[in-house]
Design a protein around this ligand. Structure first.
Ligand SMILES: [Zn+2]
Length: 108
């Protein structure tokens, strides 16, 4: 297995996990039966939970997009090359964040 194939397998597995979590949150957020609690003190918690879930939902969506893009770069033979300056991305950076499209200099 080449190094990129290993990254591809890891990214694919990560994406599957994210999609499963995402589906659960999406289902919850799309559930129109959710009702605002009558009690004022419970409303605060209810709204906070909704906000947390919505933020998580948006975050997961972005990460899934980033992973899809990384898989596309692997398939196009562009993986590990900075999308901005065309330099090789440091291996340690790729190991930590395999879906990154930018080298550390361009990301900062
Ligand atoms: Zn760069």
């Amino acid at each position: 297995m080449s190094q990129h194939a290993a990254f591809r397998a890891e990214l694919t597995a990560r994406k599957a996990g994210l999609l499963a979590q995402h589906a659960k949150i999406d289902k919850h957020l799309k559930n129109t039966d959710r009702e605002m609690p009558q009690d004022w003190s419970e409303r605060g918690t209810f709204l906070e939970n909704e906000e947390v879930l919505e933020a998580l939902d948006a975050h997961q969506r972005l990460q899934i997009e980033a992973i899809n893009a990384a898989i596309e770069r692997i398939d196009a033979g562009r993986f590990g090359v900075c999308a901005s300056c065309d330099e090789d991305i440091d291996e340690r950076r790729l190991a930590a964040i395999p879906w990154t499209a930018l080298c550390i200099a361009c990301a900062e």
